[in-house]
Design a protein around this ligand. Structure first.
Ligand code: ADP
Ligand code: MG
Length: 274
């Protein structure tokens, strides 16, 4: 590059680009300058190409950052989700939710119910991934882990700040809300969180049971009702009442190849393994 840019101190340019935080330009400019010189680009075209490159690079890095912070379980995407095994769930509806705009802008919620193994964690992670790829910020967490974190913050008199920090996420995915343990339910941190996000920021909550067992998750019945009331006010509810995908896969392995899988045991799946 030195011969081509003989009037420019390349090292100085690189330093300035670092200081100006333009890593995209820094990476591409020698190559692009060589092309521009060779093809006789007008200066404005060179500048435009650099700017475009920086903008695209920045967008990619932002999404990579959001993907890392989202803590999504690996390998769970909409592509690998088999909608045929969950005929009660409309693929078109899920795809509309994966676009995000309507419900996330409104701070609406998504509740996913189904027995263990029905694909709740997979589908919620897959939705999270699709939304991150479109620029939304998401956090995936087991409900009990988040409650534990918030309880810690509460003991340090920093609950409000901890909940406010979660505002940065357009969508908070709380997996397995009914696995919040009895002692965790004695504090009201989960209710505080739900109340704070109400009509502002979306939540996706999964549970084995629709509301029946939620009384164990909050300190008392009044708070349980108040929490459910806020969650369902603007919510899409999807019930995945299908046979455990895990168990079906295990059964098919046991049966061996060449047999048609049985679909007739859907009602037996309550209280399945997990
Ligand atoms: P749940 O959270 O409801 O207990 P999971 O989402 O963990 O169930 O699903 C159990 C396993 O089966 C996971 O490995 C998941 O990827 C897989 N699985 C469940 N449903 C489907 C599906 N419809 N298509 C593909 N894989 C599925
Ligand atoms: Mg799960």
């Amino acid at each position: 590059m030195t011969a081509k840019h003989n009037n420019v101190d390349a090292a100085r340019v690189e330093l300035l680009l670092s200081e100006l935080r333009l890593p995209g330009v820094k990476a591409i400019w020698p190559k692009l300058a060589a092309v521009a010189d060779k093809e006789g680009w007008p200066a404005a075209r060179f500048l435009a190409a650099l700017a475009e490159h920086e903008a695209a690079d920045r967008g990619q890095r932002r999404i990579a950052r959001h993907l890392a912070e989202a803590r999504l379980p690996a390998g769970k995407s909409l592509d690998t989700f088999d909608f045929d095994t969950v005929p009660v769930i409309s693929k078109a509806k899920v795809m509309a939710l994966a676009a995000g705009d309507l419900w996330l802008k409104a701070g609406a919620n998504l509740l996913l119910f189904g027995p263990p193994g029905s694909g709740k964690s997979h589908l919620s992670a897959a939705l999270g991934l699709a939304l991150v790829e479109q620029g939304w910020r998401v956090l995936f967490t087991r409900a009990s882990d988040l409650v534990q974190r918030l309880q810690l913050a509460r003991r340090e008199l920093a609950l409000e700040g901890a909940i406010a920090k979660l505002d940065r996420y357009d969508l908070l995915i709380l997996d397995d809300i009914t696995y919040v343990s009895k002692d965790q339910a004695e504090t009201s941190v989960l209710f505080e969180l739900i109340a704070a996000r109400y009509e502002q920021r979306s939540m996706l909550i999964t549970a084995n049971q629709p509301f029946g067992e939620w009384g164990r998750v909050f300190p008392d019945q009044a708070m349980t009702l108040a929490a459910i009331d806020r969650l369902v006010h603007h919510a899409t509810i999807l019930e995945m009442n299908v046979e455990s995908y895990r168990r079906k896969a295990a059964m098919e392995r046991k049966r061996g190849p060449g047999r048609v899988p049985a679909f007739a045991t859907a009602k037996e799946t309550q209280g399945d393994d997990d």
